[in-house]
Design a binder for this molecule. Sequence first.
Ligand SMILES: [Zn+2]
Length: 255
Amino acid sequence: MFEEGKVSEIAPGVFVRHAVDNCTWAVLDDFVVIVDALEQAHLADEVLRHIRETTDKPLGYLVNTHWHGDHVACNIAFAAAGATVIAHESAAPDKSGKGDGRPDITFGTSLSIRGGGRAAELHHMGGTHTPGDIALFFPWAKVLGVGDLFGWGLIPLTQITDESVANLKQIMQRLLDFDAEVIVPGHGPTVTSAHLQRFMEYFQTLLQEVPAARRAGKSPEQIQAEMPRPDDMLDWWRFDWKHPHNVEQIARQCA
Ligand SMILES: [Zn+2]
């Protein structure tokens, strides 16, 4: 159940503050790992209070799944509260010292953070939503954070090309291979692998049908009108505007 600002423990030691901009934190044995830092800096105190209600362990790390404004706004506050900021090396080329919200640590391919018996695994999944997308896996909890690689039906690509589509398919398969029980997207309710699979089927269908309709002389607006949301996706979060947006994007880019 999605309720803005509500915190729930989605697996042992893994909490999500559900919101338009999700914030996840995992309690390792020695410290806390936070995933993403929202779009509104003024929410930092509230999120830190929520974290304090679930654990008294120190803040260890803040991982930004990618370097977009709606994922990094509380970086300065979380860093001031003790978190070391981690992002992909492509995300912040002007990396500098501690405390200014920019990454203290960057990495290329993967990074494992051990806090006693529990670990957080960070994997670079870039070249899809942004060059620096990171997925985080918490193996003991079987929770996977995917940032905006899954956008509740929103196509995560800015440019739809054969190459970017092939890359997205590969990334999605890598995400499925974690065999996670709960997947936390950057925005909206948590999902399961079935949602990722359904999205890729849906995307594939659009990639066939929308360019075909364009070639038959239909305008993007006509195609939107004639192609409603699939019945089984009607309850997808904010999909009422994402679906027509997707149709329009393919119509304009893949004519
Ligand atoms: Zn985002």
